[in-house]
Ligand binder design. Structure first.
Ligand SMILES: Cc1cc2nc3c(=O)[nH]c(=O)nc-3n(C[C@H](O)[C@H](O)[C@H](O)COP(=O)(O)O)c2cc1C
Length: 170
């Protein structure tokens, strides 16, 4: 039987929620685990690998895990502050996919918005207008749009994504 791991990195819980939704959609016996240096990825055939976007790519813990994968079927998932269907979101997924060794097979990817840490936003308040993270009206609107995510629809879509990945392997 195919052994499945859902592994994820999550600083403030958004990506952990998506990971749990994916795990719930998978056959019983699938393993859900936070990425740690101790996580043993060797015994799995299919790995759902989740990260939060940090400065345009996968966060450091996820990066290290992705670089360590060989001969796996892989599905990527992520949360990020930026809106879906932006070039930025697509670039972030591409950056992460590019970390995978050529012996892996990338089966698909899923991402959704994730609310930005309120503590980080608090720190942005003191930035001057010329700073890229300054709280301009546009930036504030973007942050408000992200603030409700991942929502129930995002989690449902994540589950459908997981089932679609499995269907590719039947
Ligand atoms: C240090 C830091 C850097 C971030 N960089 C980006 C970024 O480059 N692009 C983006 O769209 N979101 C960025 N975000 C937003 C996070 O990717 C987003 O809030 C994500 O859902 C956090 O996931 P988590 O709750 O699983 O940690 C950043 C957040 C932090 C804290």
């Amino acid at each position: 039987m195919m052994k499945i791991l859902v592994m994820y990195s999550s600083l403030t819980g958004n990506t952990a929620k998506v990971a749990a939704a994916i795990h719930t959609a998978l056959p019983s016996g699938s393993v859900l685990a936070k990425i740690t240096p101790q996580l043993d990825m060797r015994n799995y055939d299919l790995i759902f690998a989740g990260f939060w976007v940090d400065k345009g790519t996968a966060d450091q813990a996820a990066k290290t895990a992705l670089l360590g994968l060989q001969n796996k079927k892989v599905a990527l998932f992520a949360t990020l502050g930026a809106a879906p269907n932006t070039i930025h979101a697509q670039n972030c997924l591409q950056e992460a996919a590019a970390l995978l060794h050529e012996s892996n097979t990338l089966l698909g990817s899923y991402y959704c918005q994730g609310k930005i840490d309120p503590q980080l936003l608090e720190r942005f308040k003191s930035l001057t207008a010329d700073h890229p993270h300054a709280l301009t009206p546009e930036a504030t609107a973007r942050h408000q749009a992200a603030a409700t995510h991942p929502d129930a629809a995002d989690l449902q879509a994540a589950g459908i994504f997981a089932k679609n990945i499995l269907a590719k392997l039947l």
